[in-house]
Design a protein around this ligand. Structure first.
Ligand SMILES: CSCC[C@@H](NC(=O)CCC(=O)O)C(=O)O
Ligand SMILES: [Mg+2]
Length: 368
């Protein structure tokens, strides 16, 4: 396929409630959407960068800039482009995994829409619906946390993930266990907020039978995670540290993680995400699908990925209304704790034009 146009759209989606993590609080999700056209198709994707480089080194303006100046000119020069070629064409450029993921996904969407094949079928989905977990932010009080968790359990979510940081960790976990019992699937995510010297403190989470502790240490502290894994009983899961199938294999071999959060945006796209899935399955390491507060565009692709056989733990694939009163696409609605895997060609969803226009704050057609 030859790219005939590439459009970037900045979209502002207000969150239904502030979402606080160890690195900050979000009240609006500023998204960067990518729309590509080819002679016989169009493709959509969502760049998962945050507005500032706090989750990772990437941020929205930087992703738009690197696409505009380097990535799109390189891809536009390829006469017969396909999704498998995108990573190769962009490989001379270092990093910028979320920007690369957005372009690869838009090209893949165009390719699959033209072929009449769904993301799920292309990726190798083994299920037609996926069990859904939910990520719960740091709250102002324990009562507020318990009300929020109770609401999500009533909604049917099958797994609760609590954001933690020093000063908000053991007590919230204890309170959730005391209120909702030992049966609920419960895990925590620190977003790199701790150090190996906190091992004794983190071991205080062991009695609560958590599924995992996600990314307790700095993203580059793989050996620190391996040391921590020897000091705490709760399984360590990595998120920010896993940027490729190669780093996933190395982390597993070094004993740095027993579970992996597969986040396609963090690793350059769904093709590498599937490679990470395959590496983890080969090592007997369970994976689950992470999230970046995606709109229905990114959510559709994540739900398709979460249907692969190695995704044996519920992911952060929540319903649209977990974050947004109005989604850009038809809303993803939780049904008995599950979301259906889209079956239409490509992503199987597309933005509702009037909703997209209402939330668009800027749009830009890139010269090819
Ligand atoms: C703004 S926090 C985004 C990264 C975070 N994502 C979540 O907690 C899940 C977000 C979601 O439900 O999409 C993570 O570190 O796993
Ligand atoms: Mg995480």
């Amino acid at each position: 396929m030859k790219l005939t146009s590439v459009e970037l759209r900045r979209v502002a989606m207000p969150l239904v409630a502030p979402f606080r993590t160890s690195f900050g609080t979000q009240t609006v999700r500023e998204l960067l959407l990518v729309r590509v056209t080819t002679p016989d198709s169009e493709g959509w994707s969502e760049c998962a960068t945050l507005v500032d480089p706090r989750y990772s080194a990437e941020y929205v303006d930087g992703a738009a800039d690197v696409m505009r100046r380097f990535f799109v000119p390189a891809l536009a020069a390829v006469p017969d482009l396909d999704a498998h070629a995108v990573g190769r064409v962009l490989s001379p450029f270092k990093g910028h995994w979320m920007a690369k993921a957005a372009l690869e996904t838009a090209v893949l969407d165009a390719e699959l829409r033209a072929a009449g094949q769904s993301f799920g079928r292309f990726l190798g989905a083994a299920r037609d619906r996926v069990p859904c977990g939910v990520s719960v932010g740091i709250m102002d009080s324990i009562p507020q946390l318990l009300d929020t968790v109770g609401g999500y359990l009533d909604a049917g979510y099958v797994r609760i993930k609590l954001k933690i940081e020093p000063g908000w960790d053991v007590e919230p976990v204890r309170a959730v266990r005391e209120r909702f019992g030992d049966e609920i699937a419960l895990q925590v995510d620190a977003n790199t907020a701790y150090a190996v010297s906190d091992a004794r403190h983190l071991a205080r989470l062991d009695p609560f039978d958590l599924l995992l502790i996600e990314q307790p240490l700095d993203e580059d502290d793989v050996l620190g995670h391996a040391e921590l894994a020897r000091l705490v009983r709760t399984p360590i899961c990595l998120d920010e540290s896993i940027t490729s199938a190669r780093t996933a294999a190395a982390a597993i071999r070094l004993g740095a993680c027993a579970v992996v959060n597969v986040k396609p945006a963090r690793v350059g796209g769904y093709l590498e995400a599937r490679r990470i899935h395959d590496v983890c399955v080969a090592h007997g390491v369970p994976v689950w699908c992470g999230g970046m507060l995606e709109s229905g565009i990114g959510r559709a692709a994540n739900v398709a990925l979460a249907a692969l056989p190695g995704f044996t733990l519920p992911g952060d694939t929540s319903a649209s209304d977990r974050y947004y009163a109005t989604d850009l696409t038809a809303p993803f609605v939780l049904d008995d704790g599950h979301l259906p895997v889209p079956t239409g060609p490509g992503l199987g969803v597309e933005p509702v034009p009037e909703l997209l226009d209402a939330m668009t704050t800027a749009r830009e057609s890139l010269p090819l």
